[in-house]
Ligand binder design. Sequence first.
Ligand SMILES: Cc1ncc(COP(=O)(O)O)c(C=O)c1O
Length: 421
Amino acid sequence: MAAPIDPRLLPTNVTMIEGDVLIGGVSLTQLAAKYLTPLFVYDEDMLRARCAEAAAAFDDGVAFASKSFLCGAMAKIAVDAGLCIDVATEGEMDLVLRAGVRPDRVIVHGNNKSEQELRRAIELGVHRLIVDNFDEIDRLERLADPARPVQCLLRVTPGVEAHTHEFVRTGQEDTKFGLSIQRGDAARAWGRLRSMSGVEAVGIHAHIGSQIFDTTAFEATISILGDFVRDLGVREVCVGGGIGVPYVAGEMAPSLTEWGAAVRAAANIHLPEGTRLTAEPGRSIVAAAAVTVYKVGAIKPVAQRTYMAVDGGMSDNPRPVLYGSGYETFAVGDPLAERSEAYRVVGKHCESGDVLVDEAWLPVSTGVDDLIATPVTGAYGYSMASNYNRVPRPAVVFVRDGVDRLVLRRETMDDLFRLEV
Ligand SMILES: Cc1ncc(COP(=O)(O)O)c(C=O)c1O
């Protein structure tokens, strides 16, 4: 038995009424009828507010981590709020440029950048290139152009083990990202970058992981980075992203403002005065701004539990399969009722592991053809979506002041066929 869904897990501009849920003043029931299901619905004002909060929490140069959720409309919201955009591949870079983001607001990541990616970043004059390894430095030596110096941060691993799922933990020594401070690799790489023409070694970068619930690991990171940068001529430090968000009732996480304040306080103690302090949050900007709406297609009791199958699944939200992530659910048509019935909400894919919510609580009234929704699905859902089983990717709609705006249309069967030769 569970109480009605906690509104704190829902987008800021939500209204729950008898028989429906409105986000940004727009009925989820009507949106589902208009755009079909599954459907991602984002509270646009909340996205804007979170971008503004991130921009205010650090120095200029804070980036939105586009891997968490990327489309042209989102990129525009981020840059309108004064954020840069962090991209991890040429595909992400290409999309944000096509969306009209100026190259000098783009921060280029990647642990295996191709020559083509590096060449493009240099020619475009991106804001920052985050250098990951010695082979990349070799490539940069060949490609760097003194006529177009590229401003670089070196990605380092501080040796901090953040308390989060091992697949999203990156600050420890045993990781594919960045160069180790402890082994001396980071210092050697920094020396090489500093001596290269066509490269301006501006500072260092550390991203210790994702979905981290307290600020102590960030504070520890700043302290280690402070020791490392002393006397190195580092002008800028980026603490990456990673602050967590509550997905289910009872979870607590610091806000972007609280995270920024904690990191700043540590920086004041440990970093040389005047160091530019930036970050690149993703999840904490977009996750809670969206819900995914599904239609129930089948309900099947077995001896151990009752399965509820919906019209999406691991193709629109692979996080439960990848990380065992938990979610809550609510019935769009009965949001204020006690949730007395437990279901395992599963998708329509040909995998037993295609589970969206292991133990979902819903009102007794919920049945086939009803709409249910999972909150906090704005990050690493659509961006990790796939066409497994040739399932078309859902549409994404932004809502604001009673108006809906389609930003990504639903894929069609033709879209699924377009690569055939
Ligand atoms: C280098 C880097 N920066 C920023 C982020 C964003 O992290 P989050 O969405 O947890 O804030 C990630 C996520 O994987 C990352 O790898």
